[in-house]
Design a protein around this ligand. Structure first.
Ligand code: SF4
Length: 883
């Protein structure tokens, strides 16, 4: 049978059914295939044994365990790794489509040096060695001038915690930037303030009542695959799910109750819930005990503070009925302590985001569920070890870092979406700007501002992009490209928190060899450091990246751990004499033993205290936090004369009263302020909200055919009431306009009850003007002109065509491993709708482009949470009209 992609999918479905009937081998043989001996669930397309490698997915930041199957050096299938404690063998559509990400015809194949001006798209192919020499020479030149702050490194979603920091310190710069402020920076700051950890690991599997605030966990939020499967397991046993989200996401659609809360007002609902608990005497005894014994604010005083936040007050702000707030709160408290409220971007991406996150932790604390089984748990991740010598913190002037700190002193994860503003304010230009896994001129809000900044050769003198793909940033503004590998060709170690409350460590390892002349950005940092020489090279003496990562694992996990992690892709620590196990090797009883709760209340052992004293940690006189030798980090707490692990907060306790916030002019206690940018919203204005659909990441998946076939078009969601007032129907072209500068976008309308009438929703991920043929459909209009799509086949005649994949890289004859399924109607952003579908004849239709809302998003200090530093994605007001 010739295997078309459609047949393959049909076969997959049939196979799954038959496997569940328990007649695996004969059934599969009847289809002319045989079950993989090693893989268990795999299908061999040829009857030949396939090589199987366990690794970690990085199509998105959830980082689930995967198993890659390789035939003749080619990756032919990706499955979930059942040895991984988080995803337990399951992965999402993005994870499976990683194969097309790897074999994307728009990979950058060779190091390239720009020969024209930025934007001219003219290149010269050079060797890797030449490229690395250019970077090393520039670093040396800057180092000679003793102004290493002129070097900046900006990374996107990269889970390796050790190499970039090491590289930055070794070359002498503190200007190492992240992308967290366009993600969940304020959530982290709010959580850190209350409980020390920057993320929760709610025990949703054992929770009987889960409430989600702005957390679209069934589609794209943090821990989506691990959490959604556990929520569904709990639902099957009768657990309730309640969702607060302005939009009827897939998660909201699965819930018992969906409340379309007005963006940026979740914090008011949360305080009103706290008020219901205290004013109606619904706080469980365990909650009162926790507040009195483990928080820094007495329960009685807290009750007084919460008095003003009544449900009717919250109703006026949030649009959620007071009666609903009361009912949900009482149901929630009844399930305590096996209940949890969780939040994500929707909770925090507003100018009051960090406070909203604090309010959420307070609700959890009041029901006494902090780090309880079935409750709101602290993360339990494994640790990666440190390789010595470790470079010390660089000294000198770092004006960009200083401005970030001056503007947002409490934002521990920074606000680097404002980099153009920081450079302008400081007048301090960057001579060498290196980026990896980041596409700033597409991913940031107010794209125009970022584009102007990156075209400016004074502000950013030389840009090196380690992108594996021809992204907007690579094509338009990079001066030098040293193509990185994808996560399927990379070696990296990453420690993530566990959805099962047990520590583990995971590994990314090459499933296939690096393609073309791509090379791992980490390898390149090693190589550049060696070329720079002197002090810088000292920290990269380890012969290879492999040897370095081995040391990272074995210094923390002991001998033999490297071998085990290479085999399994993951290791879970010591249990009854056996040093490491994978998840599927553990019995349920062993898993129960490994699950950790109440970690904060663990008393410190005598030897721990002795070790702390030896390290010169600072102990309080009487009760208080134990600080490290620098007096910065909390390492424990003394309570009633006893020594505990405590919370890693400024007080060592669960912090309700935050002195640090007061010092910076913010409310020390949980509070609520309406977001200033949307507060005075006029009747004809709407709040533009955004989010990711289930099969896409923020910016990297729009050239993946399987995913574009599912969601390749993203009309703007608008409520029928609002649409009627504006004379808009589904399928109409509309103009969305923001701000004084009148930034505009044109797109199609999708009229649906599934959105708050005050909002309009445009999903992120699509609307590229570069990034490959499918992502940009070769036809994005900009400033009235048609932008000619970058054509790799013309511009790079030397490129090799991949064996077995055909072709010139044009939409019409692009081929995929299982053939092209032409003419499939496109899915309309998650909702099939007969009125929208006719707009889009088929998913490869060149006239249909997705839209990115980023260019019309307002961005400045005003649209940034002054505490958490997160960009306020849900605070832009727009006007909408029929085109
Ligand atoms: S959620 Fe999907 S894309 Fe993200 S890591 Fe897991 S499998 Fe990969």
């Amino acid at each position: 049978m010739k295997l078309s992609r459609r047949n393959f999918l049909k076969l997959g479905a049939a196979t799954a059914t038959l496997v569940s009937l328990g007649s695996k081998t004969t059934t599969l043989k009847a289809f002319g295939r045989e079950k993989l001996k090693e893989g268990g669930q795999g299908i061999s397309l040829t009857g030949k044994k396939l090589k199987k490698i366990n690794s970690t997915c990085l199509m998105c930041g959830v980082t689930d365990g995967i198993t890659g199957f390789v035939k003749d050096g080619r990756l032919v299938k990706i499955e979930g790794n059942s040895k991984h404690p988080n995803n337990r063998g399951k992965i999402c559509a993005k994870g499976q489509a990683g194969i097309q990400y790897l074999y994307d015809p728009y990979r950058i194949k060779y190091p390239m040096k720009r020969v024209g001006k930025r934007g001219e798209d003219k290149w010269e192919r050079i060797t890797r060695d030449e490229a690395l020499n250019i970077v090393a020479e520039k670093i040396k030149e800057i180092q000679k001038k003793k102004d290493a702050g002129k070097i900046a490194i900006h990374k996107g979603r990269d889970r390796d915690k050790t190499i970039l920091k090491r590289f930055g310190k070794a070359i002498g710069t503190k200007h190492t930037f992240n992308h967290t402020s366009i993600c969940e920076a304020s959530l982290k700051v709010g959580y850190e303030t209350s409980m020390g950890a920057d993320i929760d690991m709610a025990d949703v599997a054992k929770s009987k009542y889960t409430i989600l605030f702005g957390d679209n966990v069934f589609e794209a939020s943090y821990m989506s695959v691990p959490m959604s499967q556990r929520i569904m397991d709990a639902r099957a046993k009768g657990a309730k799910l309640v969702v607060f989200d302005p939009r009827l996401s897939h998660t909201a659609g699965q819930a018992d109750n969906w409340f379309p809360v007005k963006p940026g007002t979740d914090g008011a609902v949360l305080l009103a819930m706290c008020n219901v608990l205290t004013s109606k005497n619904k706080v469980p005894a365990a909650g009162k005990k926790f507040i009195n014994e483990w928080s820094n604010y007495p329960y009685d005083k807290l009750v007084k503070h919460l008095k003003k936040f009544t449900p009717s007050w919250a109703e006026k702000i949030s649009g959620i009925k007071a009666a609903d707030i009361e009912r949900i709160t009482i149901e929630f408290a009844k399930a305590a302590p096996k209940c949890c409220a969780r939040g994500y971007n929707g909770l925090s991406n507003s100018v009051n985001g960090a406070m909203n996150a604090r309010n959420l932790t307070l609700l959890n604390a009041l029901v006494g569920n902090i780090d309880e089984e079935g409750g709101f748990c602290l993360p339990k991740g494994g640790k990666a070890g440190k390789v010595k010598p470790d470079p010390t913190d660089p000294e000198g002037d770092f004006p960009i870092k200083d401005i970030d700190h001056e503007w947002f002193p409490l934002a521990s994860h920074h606000a680097y979406h404002l980099l153009p503003d920081y450079v302008e304010e400081s007048g301090y230009n960057i001579d060498l700007y290196m980026i990896h896994m980041y596409n700033p001129i597409y991913s940031n809000p107010d794209v125009k501002r970022w584009r102007e900044f990156m075209y400016d050769t004074k502000k950013l003198k030389y840009i090196v992009d380690f992108s594996p793909f021809w992204s907007e940033t690579a094509v338009e503004v990079a001066d030098l490209i040293i193509p990185d590998v994808t996560y399927l060709e990379r070696l990296a170690v990453s420690a993530m928190p566990s959805a099962d409350q047990m520590p583990f460590l995971q590994l990314y390892q090459p499933i296939v060899e690096p393609m073309y002349e791509s090379s791992s950005v980490y390898d390149n940092y090693f190589e550049i450091a060696r070329k720079v020489g002197g002090e810088t090279a000292k920290y990269f003496k380890t012969r290879s990246l492999d040897a370095y990562q081995k040391e990272v694992v074995e210094t923390e996990w002991g001998k033999g751990s490297w071998k085990k992690i290479k085999e399994e892709g993951v290791i879970i620590p010591t249990i009854e004499g056996k040093k490491y196990k994978a998840y599927d090797e553990l019995t349920e009883a062993e898993r129960d033993k490994l699950r950790k709760y109440h970690t904060y209340s663990k008393e410190l052992k005598k030897e721990d205290i002795a070790e702390m004293k030896e390290k010169e940690y600072k102990f309080p006189d009487g009760d208080g936090p134990i600080l490290d030798d620098k007096g910065k980090e909390t390492k424990g707490v003394v309570r009633d004369g006893k020594y505990y692990k405590g919370f890693t907060t400024e007080t060592g306790l669960f912090t309700i009263y935050a002195e640090s916030w007061k010092e910076e002019g913010h409310s020390a206690l949980p509070d609520f302020k309406e977001p200033e940018p949307t507060k005075g919203k006029k009747n004809d204005e709407l709040i533009l909200i955004t989010g990711k659909p289930n099969v896409h990441t923020q910016s990297r998946t729009a050239n993946v055919a399987w995913l574009m076939e599912i969601v390749g078009f993203n009309p703007a969601w608008i409520n029928p009431k609002t649409a009627k007032a504006k004379g808009i129907s589904t399928g109409d072209e509309i103009i969305i306009e923001s701000g004084k500068a009148a930034k505009k976008m044109k797109c199609y309308a999708y009229v649906t009850e599934g959105i708050n009438p005050d909002c309009i929703f445009v999903s992120a991920s699509l609307g590229h003007w570069k990034y490959g043929d499918l992502a940009s459909k070769g036809l994005v209009k900009e400033e009235g002109k048609q932008r000619k799509m970058f054509d790799a086949s013309k511009d790079f005649p030397a490129q090799e065509l991949e064996k077995g994949f055909g072709r010139k890289t044009t939409t019409s004859n692009r081929m995929y491993p299982f053939g092209v399924n032409k003419g499939t109607p496109v899915n309309t952003g998650g909702f099939a709708n007969e009125k929208v579908n006719p707009i889009v004849k088929n998913w490869e239709d060149k006239t249909v482009v997705g839209y990115s809302p980023n260019p019309i998003m307002e961005s400045s200090k005003k649209y940034t949470d002054p505490v958490g530093g997160e960009y306020a994605w849900s605070n832009t007001l727009v006007k909408v009209r029929k085109a």
